[in-house]
Design a protein around this ligand. Structure first.
Ligand SMILES: [Zn+2]
Length: 113
């Protein structure tokens, strides 16, 4: 299936819009949705604490907010609550530390113990 906006292959169909998206247009779509939310709620020049689990959803949100941080004057801190779940929390924490460092974001980490 082709992207609804260009000739590239679609990577996802979004039922809400009824459109197929290639990688580039899907990234544009997601950024647009977050921008719309920030605009609607007047979120500019704010400090934002983004709670992340290390899973794909929260990491995408962190990355998208980071990409928009300059335009919206956002100061982002990532927050990770280490639940101490064996075999799960450790790699999640490592992933969050690495991504926070790569994005040059402050990281607040709390160990539940
Ligand atoms: Zn496309």
């Amino acid at each position: 299936m082709k992207c609804s906006y260009c000739n590239k292959e679609s990577i996802i169909f979004v039922r809400r819009t009824g459109k197929h998206y290639c990688e580039d247009h899907f990234a544009h779509f997601v950024l647009g949705r977050v921008k719309k939310y920030l605009d609607k709620h007047g979120i500019r020049n704010k400090r934002i604490l983004v709670a992340v689990s290390g899973g794909k959803d929260s990491m995408v949100l962190l990355h998208v907010l980071w990409r928009l941080s300059g335009q919206y004057g956002l100061k982002i801190t990532s927050f990770y609550l280490d639940l101490g779940i064996g075999g799960y929390s450790k790699p999640c924490g490592e992933c969050i530390r690495e991504i926070s460092e790569n994005l040059n974001l402050a990281l607040l980490e709390v160990n539940l113990k």
